[in-house]
Design a binder for this molecule. Structure first.
Ligand code: GNR
Ligand code: NI
Length: 163
């Protein structure tokens, strides 16, 4: 396993490109997914999309649990439907040390393939729904700063976003 380098906005144009669907599981993709999980935990993120580690494949991983033991893999995801709207602060590992409010659906229904290339449909709400939308945007070169509804602020002690 290996920790991969997370690409940063304005340093790496790959974050602005559209990722390509995965046609079949192979050793490279298996290794990528293993490394993405490891990188997700190492970075303390709730989600990580393949373009963030420099790979233009339609894959993301999430773990929105407190316990950090509920990793999910989404390959070729499609958001089938969404409901409601919630505005909350969002951050991104590719836009370090900043946050801004973004409106996302309250609930989403997403279809994707798992690591065995088997289709599943998941209904998500709360942070997982937000995370799925944020990661799905990464696959199309979209960053939360594009959708921010207020200033993208630096995390500081004064505003309560840093130690
Ligand atoms: O770690 C992350 N936290 C987060 C918080 C609110 C909404 C979305 C996210 S995703 C982000 C990790 C990341 O950049 N994934 O692409
Ligand atoms: Ni992100």
């Amino acid at each position: 396993m290996a920790i991969r380098k997370i690409r940063i906005m304005e340093e790496d144009e790959i974050l602005r490109k559209t990722a390509k669907p995965v046609k079949a599981m192979d050793l490279r993709t298996e290794r990528l997914i293993r490394d993405m999980k490891e990188t997700l935990y190492e970075a303390n993120g709730v989600g990580l999309a393949a373009p963030q580690v420099g790979v233009l494949k339609r894959i993301f991983v999430t773990d929105c649990s407190e316990e950090r033991n509920d990793v999910r893999v989404f390959i070729n995801p499609e958001i089938l439907s969404s409901e409601g709207a919630v505005t909350d602060n969002e951050g991104c590992l590719s836009v370090p040390d900043r946050h801004a409010p973004v409106t996302r659906p309250e609930k989403v229904t997403v279809k994707a393939l798992d690591e065995n290339m088997e289709e599943f449909v998941l209904e998500a709400e709360g942070l997982l729904a937000r995370c799925i939308c944020h990661e799905n945007d990464h696959l199309d070169g979209i960053l939360y700063v594009d959708k921010a509804e207020g200033p993208v602020e630096y995390n500081t002690k004064e505003n309560g976003w840093a130690e």
